[in-house]
Ligand binder design. Structure first.
Ligand code: SAH
Ligand code: SF4
Ligand code: F3S
Length: 440
C-alpha cells in the first residue's frame, strides 16, 4: 500500500481541499501517515496570502528535497495558492517537484497519479469546483461546504483573485444535497466557505438564482444540522436579509466575522474595499440591534501603504467602538502582481510592528471585557475533544465561536450545556451542566 503525507497551510478553504485530497487518495488505495519521511507521496497545500506564508512553506520544501534525494521514487506534489501564483516556475525553482496544481484541482492530482507520466506536470487552469470528491474530515461531526470559489473583488493588497480566479457560485440544489449527505454522515456543524459568501448567487443562471440568505434558509432546514457558520462575508454585501436570517434561523450561529481591514476611509479607498468607515459602523449597528448578543470578529491590516498615524488612530477608534470578540491582525505584506505592492508610502517595518503591538493590546482588552458577558451563563458547547492545555478537561466551541475549556465527560461531537465561570480574551472556562436526575 502506498503512503501519503499532506501539510496544509493557509485558510479554511485549503483545509477543506486537504480533506478532499485525503479522501480521494484513500479511495485510490493510499494510506495516510503521520510523518513525512514515512510517505511515498509528499504533498503540500500552499498559501501565498502574506510573505511569511511563502517562507514557511519553502522551509518545509527543503525537507522534501532531502527525502526525495534519499529515495528518488518518492513523489513530491505542491498544490494551492502559492503553486497557482508561480505556475510552471515551480519546476524551475524546485526541480525535485513532480506535480503542481492550483487550488481546488485535486482531481488533477489523481489524473497525474494514475498516468504513467514520469515528467513533471502542472495543472493551473481554473475549473469548476469538483464537489463530488469524498473528504476525510478532521472531525467527523464538522464539515465544510464550499459555496463559491474565486473572488470578483479587487482589494489592492490581495493575491487571492489571481490564485482562485473569478467568482463562481455553485448550484444551490447541489449544495443542499451535499449538506444532506454530510448530515447523514454525522455532521452537526457545517461551515460555508467563500471569499465573499454574501455575494453568493449573483452569477447563477436566473432559473436557479437565490440569495445567500435563501441558501442559509435551505441549509437550516436540513435535518441533523444543528449549527451553521460561514466565512467570510464582505461588509459591502452585508444586507438586512442576512442579518434577519441570523435572528430567525435556529441553526445559524450568533457569530459574524466581518473583516474591517482599516478604520480609515482614506485607506479603505486605497484598498478598494468599496465601503467606508461610516457604512461599516452602520452594518455593525444593524447587527447589534437585531442580534444583540452576536459575537463579532474581524481582520485588520496595519501599515498599508500611505497609512499615517492619524489613519491608524481611526482604526483603533473603530476597534474601541465596535468591541470585537476577537480579531486577526496582520502587518501589510506586499504581494507580487498586486496594485498596493507598487504604491508610494510603504510603511517601514518598525512602524508596522509598533502599530501592531498597540492594536493587539486594544483588541485583547476589548475582547476580555466583551467576554465577561458570558460569565454566569449556561452556554451550548459542541465538544471537540480534550483541552490542549490540560488534557483532563474538555474543549469545545460556543455558538459565538468562543473556545470553551471545561470539566465534563461528554464525547466529541456532543452538544452540552456548560456553566461559564471565567473568561479571558481568548477562552471561556466552566463546568458541564449535568442533567437533573443524572448528576449528584
Ligand atoms: N476573502 C476574505 C479574506 C481572505 S484573506 C475577505 O475578504 O474577508 C484573509 C485576510 O488576510 C484578509 O482579510 C486580510 O486581512 C489579510 N490579508 C490579505 N492580503 C494581505 C496582505 N497582502 N498583507 C497583509 N494581510 C493581508
Ligand atoms: Fe482578497 Fe478582497 Fe477578495 Fe477578500 S474580498 S479575497 S481580501 S480580493
Ligand atoms: Fe492563502 Fe489562498 Fe486561502 S492565499 S488564505 S490559501 S485563499
Amino acid at each position: 500500500m502506498k503512503r501519503f503525507h499532506v501539510t496544509t497551510f493557509g485558510c479554511q478553504m485549503n483545509e477543506h481541499d486537504s480533506e478532499r485530497m485525503k479522501g480521494m487518495l484513500t479511495s485510490l488505495g493510499y494510506e495516510e501517515v503521520e510523518r513525512r519521511e514515512q510517505a511515498d507521496l509528499i504533498l503540500f497545500n500552499t498559501c501565498s496570502i502574506r510573505e511569511n506564508a511563502d517562507n514557511r512553506f519553502i522551509s518545509h520544501l527543503g525537507e522534501a528535497k532531502r527525502l526525495k534525494g534519499e529515495d528518488p521514487a518518492r513523489v513530491v506534489g505542491v498544490g494551492g495558492c502559492w503553486a497557482q501564483s508561480v505556475k510552471e516556475e515551480v519546476f524551475r525553482r524546485f526541480p525535485f517537484v513532480d506535480v503542481a496544481f492550483g487550488p481546488g484541482q485535486i482531481h488533477r492530482l489523481a489524473e497525474f497519479l494514475n498516468s504513467d507520466s514520469i515528467t513533471a506536470q502542472g495543472y493551473f487552469e481554473f475549473e469548476e469546483f469538483a464537489g463530488d470528491l469524498p473528504a476525510n474530515r478532521a472531525r467527523p461531526f464538522q464539515g465544510w461546504l464550499q459555496i463559491s470559489q474565486g473572488c470578483n473583488c479587487v482589494c489592492t493588497y490581495c493575491i487571492v483573485p489571481s490564485t482562485r480566479g473569478r467568482e463562481q457560485s455553485r448550484d444551490p440544489s447541489l449544495l443542499v444535497e451535499e449538506v444532506e449527505r454530510l448530515a447523514a454522515d454525522g455532521v452537526r456543524e457545517v461551515t460555508l466557505l467563500g471569499q465573499n459568501v454574501n455575494s453568493y448567487g449573483r452569477d447563477l443562471p436566473s432559473a436557479s438564482r437565490i440569495r445567500f440568505s435563501d441558501l442559509l434558509r435551505r441549509i437550516d432546514s436540513v435535518e441533523g444540522i444543528e449549527r451553521i457558520r460561514y466565512t467570510s462575508p464582505h461588509p459591502k454585501d452585508m444586507r438586512e436579509d442576512v442579518i434577519e436570517a441570523h435572528a430567525e434561523l435556529p441553526a445559524l450561529c450568533e457569530h459574524i466575522h466581518l473583516p474591517l481591514q482599516s478604520g480609515s476611509s482614506t485607506i479603505l479607498k486605497k484598498m478598494r474595499r468599496t465601503y467606508d468607515r461610516e457604512r461599516y459602523l452602520d452594518r455593525v449597528a444593524m447587527i447589534r440591534e437585531r442580534i444583540p448578543d452576536c459575537g463579532l470578529t474581524t481582520d485588520i491590516i496595519v501599515g498599508f501603504p500611505g497609512e499615517t498615524d492619524r489613519d491608524f488612530r481611526q482604526t483603533l477608534e473603530v476597534v474601541d467602538r465596535v468591541g470585537y470578540d476577537g480579531a486577526f491582525t496582520f502587518g501589510y505584506s506586499p504581494r507580487r502582481g498586486t496594485a498596493a505592492a507598487d504604491m508610494d508610502g510603504q510603511v517601514p517595518h518598525p512602524v508596522k510592528k509598533e502599530r501592531m503591538a498597540e492594536l493587539v493590546d486594544l483588541v485583547q482588552e476589548r475582547a476580555r471585557e466583551r467576554a465577561q458577558r458570558f460569565v454566569g451563563r449556561s452556554m451550548e458547547v459542541l465538544v471537540e475533544g480534550p483541552s490542549r492545555s490540560d488534557p483532563t478537561r474538555l474543549r469545545g466551541r460556543s455558538r459565538h465561536n468562543k473556545a470553551v475549556n471545561f470539566e465534563g465527560a461528554a464525547e466529541p461531537g456532543k452538544l452540552v450545556e456548560v456553566e461559564i465561570e471565567a473568561a479571558t480574551s481568548q477562552t471561556l472556562s466552566g463546568n458541564e451542566r449535568l442533567l437533573s436526575g443524572i448528576g449528584a
